[in-house]
Design a protein around this ligand. Structure first.
Ligand code: NAP
Length: 213
């Protein structure tokens, strides 16, 4: 019985590795972001909302792939790497090195990507400076975008715009149909006392058209 369970466990491992390591296929560089009213993505190094559905979607989408973060975003995560993913933290002050099995430092986004090219997907997880850089270099093949709507939060942002961090391009005009194929995944509304209430989330996936066909 014990031998049987060891064989099954090993088989699971082999199947998972086969799914992850598609050596002959180009690695897809994916970006994942939740964008709120007025193009906002953050405040004081964290997100200005608490959306369990979006957090769950992030976890499901990014596990078990390498995830690249900017230094400020990682600070906002209390410097705690996410489980079941390789967390790569970028800073110009870092050397390219492994700190722990699931926690790496990188001196640039290029070196972070180069070290994990054996995965079939790598996720760019923000923040604003990191998104700005990958967009300027046209690195992204697939964008996972959650649009967050909340009239109450929008009012707060308009009253104090300097308190917030913004996504570097306007999501309402950036994903043009000539360059990006859009797919709406689902719409979900959460009413939570902790939040700005009545948060509505729409999950979108945009694939760069060079990836199609
Ligand atoms: N809504 C969302 O989905 C989402 C997702 C992620 C983050 N966020 C939010 O975004 C905010 C943080 O954004 P941010 O722009 O302040 O910071 P950030 O992008 O997380 O980190 C910026 C730092 O990363 C390093 N960096 C940036 N570009 C680099 C490059 N090309 N190569 C190497 N290192 C690079 C630099 O560190 P050095 O100065 O040390 O060189 C830079 O100061 C937070 O509020 C966070 O919650 C939101």
């Amino acid at each position: 019985m014990v031998i049987f369970s060891v064989i099954i466990t090993n088989l699971d491992h082999i199947l998972q590795n086969k799914r992850l390591y598609k050596m002959n296929k180009k690695t897809k560089i994916c970006a994942i972001v939740a964008v709120g009213p007025e193009n906002v993505i953050g405040k004081n190094n964290v997100m200005p909302w608490y959306c369990p559905a979006d957090l769950k979607y992030f976890k499901i989408t990014t596990t078990p792939y390498p995830c690249i973060f900017g230094k400020n975003t990682f600070t906002g995560m209390n410097n705690q790497p996410l489980k079941n993913r390789i967390n790569i933290i970028c800073s110009s002050k870092h050397n390219d090195e492994m700190i722990d099995l699931n926690y790496w430092h990188a001196s640039s986004i290029e070196s972070a990507i180069a070290n994990f090219k054996h995965y079939d997907k790598i996720f760019i997880c923000g923040g604003a400076q990191i998104y700005k850089y990958v967009l300027s270099q046209d690195l992204i093949d697939i964008f996972y975008l959650t649009k967050i709507e909340s009239p109450k939060l929008q009012k707060q942002i308009i009253q104090n715009p300097e308190q917030y961090t913004y996504f570097p391009v306007d999501i309402n005009t950036f994903f043009t149909p000539n360059k990006w194929a859009a797919k709406q995944i689902t719409v979900q509304t959460e009413t939570l006392p902790k939040n700005p209430p009545h948060i509505s989330q729409t999950f979108w996936q945009y694939t760069r058209k060079r990836q199609l066909g």
